[in-house]
Design a protein around this ligand. Sequence first.
Ligand SMILES: [Zn+2]
Length: 146
Amino acid sequence: MTTTVARAVPRPGPVTTTVTEPYWKCAADSELWIQQCEDCGRCQHYPAGMCRSCWSENLDWIRAAGTGTVWTFTVVSKPGHPAWEQDTPYVLALVELDEGPRMMTNIIDCDPATVHVGLRVQLAPHTPGSEQPPLQFHPDTPLPRS
Ligand SMILES: [Zn+2]
């Protein structure tokens, strides 16, 4: 059961640009979309105006599977912004998506002490309108919760 507590400080939202707007629109619907180069086929995240591999500007959007592996992580106990103070400790991770790119996200629904490099994760279900941001990951097999 999740308990909602009013935040003293609201969370800042994303700042969108014409390049990132498609990503954030899909993220609001809990869908992870990444760019794929139409010339070399490489996928990339975060969104950019050109391919980081071949510099082509022919980029398309594909829906990512929402699965990946923890590449590195840290357990945050002192957040850089007071809006996340009541969430501590939480796991901030770089997840290597199965499509290739790495994505900064949170690992939720488990004890932070159980997270490790190489942990298989998947997109966690998200309720639109809830306070939790979309596109967070959780272990693909349940781990103990704190
Ligand atoms: Zn390319």
